[in-house]
Design a protein around this ligand. Structure first.
Ligand code: IVH
Length: 683
C-alpha cells in the first residue's frame, strides 16, 4: 500500500469506526458485531503504526487511552461555568415562574432536563474536532483533561456535519452508570482497595487518573446539557440540544420543552417515578428558559442565572424499626457499628442495614432498641439513619450502648483520646484483622497474588491453612485442591460458590511463587504497617536500602526520611517491637522475598502537593476525623509534628482549637490555615 492509499484507507476506517461507535454508545443500536468492530479497529491500528504521519489525535484508536499526564494544565474557561440555584419546593418553583413571567411579559417556553449527578465538563470543538476538555474547577478555570475524556466513547472526537460552527463549546456531565460503578467497586473490593462511596466520586476520581488507559476501563458516559458559541444553529436551547444530538452527542431522551409551569411540574412528577429505574444517578430536574434573548433579558444574580433553576428531589427515605446494632472489624482493628433494620423498601431496593459510623454518631442519635427510625438512601452504598422518632419509643426500651468487647475475639476495645473510632487491639489473633492483613498483603498494589481474592483467603483461614502472610509460602497443592465454600457478595448480595479447582490452585501457587520478584518497596507496603502507605514505603525502601536498616533505626533516624512523620515513625517502631511481626518478617526473608532495594536514593524529587511541609493539627474538623486528616497530610507528602516550633510550616486549625496554640502560632509567625484552605492545598 502506498502513502495515498494508506491515507484514504485510514480516513475511511476512522469514519466507519466513529459511526459504529456512535451507533453502539450513543444510539444503543449497533449494526455490526463486536468482533467485526475489532477487526476494523485492528486494521486501523496497524495502518497507523505503519504510517504514523496519518495517525491523528482524534483517531478512534485513541479511545483505549495510553497518555500519561503527571499534572493537568489549568485552563481558563472561555465562558464561566456557573452553578444553579436550588429548590426543594414546588412553591419556590412557582415563585421562580412568577418572577420570570413578570420580567418577560410575553410567551415563553421552558426546557426541563435531568440534573445528572456527575462531574461538569466543557468540551471545545474547532473545525469539528475535539480540541479541549476542561473540568469545572472554580468556575473560572479548571483542569484540562482531554486525554482522559477522549476515552469516553459517547463523546465524539470528530463531528462530520454540514454547517457546523467553526468553534463551539459543549457543556456536559460526565457520569458513571450504576453498572460500571458496581463493577468497579467489586474489583476494588477484590483487590482490597478502598471503595468509592458513590458514582459521582467515582466519576470525578476517574477523570483525575494520570493514566488514560485506566480511564478507558472505567466505562464513563457523558450527557450534554448545553452549547455555547457565536454561530450556533438556533437562538434557543432546546433546538440546539436537538442539533447536538444529530451531531453525535448523547442528550437524554428525558428532556422536554414545556409551555407552562404546570407542564414542568408534570415532568418533575413523571421523572420521580422513573428515577429509581434510570441506569445512572440524578438528583433533580433543571428548568431553563428556552429562548436565548429571553435568557439574556433575565440575566444573572451574583452567582446564578435568573433563567434557570434546579428542582432537587428529596433523598429517598423509608420508615422502619431498628432491631439491633452489630459491629464490623476492619483490617486495622477499627470497629464500625452497623444498624440491623426490619427490611424496608426504599426506592425499589430492600434496605436491611444502615451505617452508624462511630460511637459519637450513635450517641447523637440516642438509639434505643426497637426505635422507629427514618432511613435515607443518598448517593452512598449503604443507607444511613437520619432521624429517630422518639415519640414512638417503647416504654422501658434500653439505650443501645457501644460494644465494650470485640465481637470477633472478645478483646476489650480501646478508643484513643481525641479519636472517634474504637479499635480492637488484638491485631495478632483477631480473625478479621488476620484476614484483612493477608488480603492487603496479596492485593494488586502490594504482592499482587492473583487468584487468592474473592473470599479465598477466608476459606484458607477457616481451614486453618494460614494464620499470617508468611504461611502463604508454605502452602501445598494437595492442601488447596478441592476446598470450597458458598459466600454472599457484600455489594450485590448475590450468593456464589468459591471453589479451588486444579486451574485455580495452579494459578494461586504460581502467583505466590512469582511474588518473590516483587520489589522491596512493595513488600514493605504489603506488610501492612499502620499508616505506612505506598509513598512512605517507597521513600523508606530507597532511603535505607534493606529491611535490617529499617528495623534497627530509631525514631529520629526514621523521621529524618522525607515524608516520614511522627505517626508513621512511631508505628514502624511499634511494628518491629512486636516479636511476632519480627518472626513473620524473618520467615518472609527465608521464603525468598525481596527485602533489598534496587535503587538506594537519599531523596527523590516528588510532585506531591505538601512535599516538605510540616503541620500541627488542632481542633475538630468537618470533613475528616483528626486521624484522617493526619493520614492525608502524610499521603500528600507532608509531615505531622506534635508541637509548634519555628520550623513548623502550618497550623491546621479546626473548630474548638485551644487559644494557646493560636497565640503561639501568631508569635512564631506560622500561618494558621482552615480546613477549606487545606482542601485547596491538596486539590
Ligand atoms: S446547567 C448556567 N443542566 O449541575 C447553568 N447543569 O449546579 C449551568 N448539572 O455544574 C448548568 N445536570 O455539573 C445544567 N441538565 C443540567 C445539569 C447540570 C447536571 C450540574 C452541572 C453544574 C451543576 C450546576
Amino acid at each position: 500500500m502506498d502513502q495515498t492509499q494508506a491515507k484514504s484507507r485510514i480516513e475511511k476506517l476512522s469514519k466507519q469506526l466513529n459511526e459504529h461507535n456512535y451507533r453502539y454508545y450513543v444510539l444503543d443500536s449497533p449494526t455490526i458485531s463486536d468482533f467485526e468492530f475489532d477487526v476494523l479497529l485492528k486494521e486501523l491500528e496497524s495502518l497507523e503504526k505503519q504510517f504514523p504521519e496519518f495517525a491523528s489525535d482524534d483517531s478512534p484508536t485513541q479511545r483505549v487511552g495510553g497518555q500519561i499526564t503527571k499534572k493537568f494544565n489549568t485552563v481558563k474557561h472561555k465562558y464561566p461555568m456557573l452553578s444553579l440555584g436550588n429548590t426543594y419546593s414546588i412553591e419556590e418553583l412557582q415563585n421562580f415562574d412568577s418572577r420570570i413571567r413578570k420580567k418577560i411579559n410575553q410567551e415563553f417556553d421552558y426546557v426541563c432536563e435531568l440534573k445528572f449527578d456527575g462531574v461538569a465538563i466543557g468540551l471545545t470543538y474547532k473545525n469539528g474536532r475535539l480540541v479541549q476538555a476542561v473540568t469545572r474547577g472554580d468556575g473560572i478555570q479548571g483542569d484540562e483533561v482531554a486525554g482522559n475524556v477522549k476515552t469516553i466513547r459517547s463523546i465524539p472526537l470528530r463531528i462530520y456535519a454540514d454547517n457546523l460552527p467553526d468553534e463551539f463549546e459543549v457543556r456536559a456531565e460526565i457520569i458513571m452508570p450504576h453498572k460500571s460503578f458496581i463493577r468497579l467497586n467489586e474489583d476494588k473490593q477484590k483487590n482490597n482497595e478502598p471503595l468509592f462511596a458513590n458514582p459521582r466520586n467515582a466519576a470525578s476520581g476517574s477523570l483525575k487518573l494520570q493514566d488514560s488507559s485506566l480511564v478507558a476501563k472505567r466505562n464513563l458516559d457523558c450527557y450534554v446539557y448545553g452549547i455555547m458559541g457565536n454561530n450556533l444553529p438556533f437562538q434557543s436551547h432546546f433546538e440546539n440540544l436537538e442539533k447536538a444530538k444529530q451531531w453525535g452527542f448523547k442528550v437524554a431522551d428525558l428532556t422536554r420543552k414545556c409551555s407552562n409551569i404546570q407542564e414542568v411540574m408534570n415532568f418533575i412528577e413523571e421523572v420521580e417515578t422513573l428515577r429509581s429505574n434510570l441506569p445512572y444517578d440524578i438528583d433533580g430536574i433543571v428548568i431553563k428558559v428556552n429562548d436565548y434573548s429571553q435568557q439574556e433579558q433575565l440575566g444573572y444574580t451574583s452567582k446564578f442565572p435568573r433563567w434557570a433553576i434546579s428542582y432537587k428531589y428529596k433523598a429517598e427515605q423509608g420508615v422502619t424499626r431498628l432491631l439491633d446494632v452489630t459491629y464490623q472489624v476492619g483490617r486495622t482493628g477499627a470497629v464500625t457499628p452497623v444498624a440491623i433494620l426490619e427490611p424496608v423498601l426504599v426506592a425499589g431496593t430492600t434496605v436491611k442495614r444502615a451505617s452508624l459510623y462511630n460511637a459519637d454518631k450513635m450517641d447523637e442519635l440516642d438509639l434505643h432498641y426497637y426505635d422507629t427510625v427514618l432511613v435515607e438512601k443518598g448517593g452512598e452504598i449503604i443507607p444511613k439513619i437520619v432521624e429517630v422518632n422518639t415519640g414512638l419509643r417503647q416504654v422501658n426500651s434500653k439505650k443501645i450502648l457501644f460494644a465494650t468487647h470485640c465481637p470477633e475475639c472478645n478483646t476489650i476495645l480501646i478508643r484513643n483520646e481525641g479519636e472517634a473510632v474504637h479499635y480492637c487491639p488484638n491485631s495478632e489473633t483477631c480473625p478479621p484483622q488476620i484476614q484483612g492483613k493477608i488480603e492487603h498483603f496479596i492485593s494488586r498494589r502490594a504482592m499482587n497474588i492473583e487468584g487468592l481474592g474473592e473470599g479465598r483467603v477466608e476459606v484458607l483461614i477457616q481451614n486453618a491453612l494460614i494464620r499470617n502472610m508468611a504461611d502463604l509460602y508454605d502452602l501445598k497443592y494437595d492442601q488447596l485442591l478441592g476446598l470450597e465454600k458458598v459466600v454472599t457478595d457484600e455489594i450485590t448480595g448475590k450468593q456464589k460458590k468459591i471453589s479451588f479447582r486444579e486451574k485455580t490452585v495452579n494459578n494461586i501457587l504460581n502467583a505466590i511463587n512469582t511474588s518473590r520478584d516483587i520489589p522491596f518497596e512493595r513488600v514493605l507496603y504489603a506488610l501492612g504497617i499502620r499508616h505506612l502507605g505506598e509513598t512512605g514505603a517507597k521513600k523508606l525502601a530507597r532511603h535505607f536500602g534493606n529491611i535490617d536498616k529499617i528495623r534497627n533505626s530509631n525514631f529520629e533516624e526514621l523521621i529524618a526520611v522525607p515524608e516520614i512523620g511522627e505517626r508513621i515513625a512511631g508505628s514502624i517502631i511499634d511494628y518491629f517491637d512486636d516479636e511476632q511481626n519480627g518472626e513473620i518478617v524473618n520467615r518472609l526473608v527465608e521464603a525468598g522475598l525481596n527485602f533489598k532495594a534496587e535503587t538506594v536514593l537519599q531523596e527523590e524529587p516528588g510532585n506531591l502537593p505538601l512535599e516538605g511541609k510540616s503541620f500541627v493539627v488542632s481542633g475538630v474538623f468537618e470533613g475528616y476525623s483528626r486521624n484522617q486528616i493526619k493520614d492525608l497530610i502524610e499521603q500528600k507528602g507532608g509531615k505531622n509534628v506534635s508541637s509548634l516550633s519555628s520550623k513548623t510550616d502550618f497550623l491546621l486549625a479546626g473548630d474548638k482549637m485551644g487559644p494557646e496554640k493560636k497565640k503561639k502560632a501568631e508569635e512564631l509567625n506560622i500561618p494558621i490555615i482552615t480546613e477549606e484552605d487545606f482542601n485547596k492545598m491538596i486539590e
